[in-house]
Design a protein around this ligand. Structure first.
Ligand SMILES: [Zn+2]
Length: 206
């Protein structure tokens, strides 16, 4: 592969802390970096007890502890729609991060950490990858649009009812010289009086 000797990536600031970014165009299918560290044998009690976020299981028995400083690949963040993948050779006990898309300089490199990691570490806090953020944004926008739609609908209904009332009142006043509204007014004043009397009584009782 005709690639210059300098590495095609650098560690840089990403949304979630640090990340690995392309510094040169990386061709789809090409190896980017190896993910490495001490090999842990789960049949050994001491090895099996190791617990950190950088454990990469290769087989049922062997796990790479990628938490060591030299393992620059540990900076690569997870993405649900990544531009790279982890290519695992169980026989060689080797993990290679490989591009699955052409990656332009400046673009963050990421791969899918897999469902176990996602469930344990990402789901509880919400995945911050680009595609999940986009999904959340879309959902928020849709919810907002739906709310506005419902509001507009409710306002329309109120307006319609008001118009209906107006129309009815208009008909009533047209039919006769409005004797009905007067009666209604009397009635309401009577009920208010009744209420007032009651409250006075209540006060007296107190
Ligand atoms: Zn995601």
């Amino acid at each position: 592969m005709p690639v210059s000797s300098s590495k095609p990536y650098r560690v840089g600031r990403s949304k979630t802390g640090l990340g690995l970014f392309a510094t040169q165009p990386i061709k789809k299918g090409s190896k980017i970096i190896r993910y490495f560290g001490p090999m842990l044998d789960c049949n050994k009690k001491k090895d099996d007890a190791v617990e950190n976020k950088y454990l990469f299981q290769i087989t049922k028995r062997w796990t790479v502890d990628g938490s060591v400083r030299e393992n620059i690949a540990r900076y690569i963040n997870h993405a649900c729609k990544p531009n790279a993948e982890s290519d695992v050779s169980a026989r060689k006990r080797k993990i290679i991060i490989r591009a699955i898309k052409n990656i332009e300089p400046g673009v963050e490199i990421n791969y899918d950490y897999g469902t176990d990691y996602f469930k344990e570490y990402l789901k509880p806090i919400g995945c911050k990858c680009d595609s999940c953020e986009k999904k959340r944004k879309k959902k928020r926008a849709e919810a907002k649009a739906e709310k506005l739609k419902l509001k507009a609908k409710a306002e329309k209904k109120v307006l319609k009812q008001a118009e209906k009332k107006k129309l009815l009142n208009g008909h009533a006043s047209k039919a006769k010289a409005a004797p009905k509204p007067k009666a209604a007014a009397k009635k309401t004043s009577a009920t208010t009086k009744g209420r007032k009397a009651k409250s006075v009584k209540a006060q007296a009782a107190a």
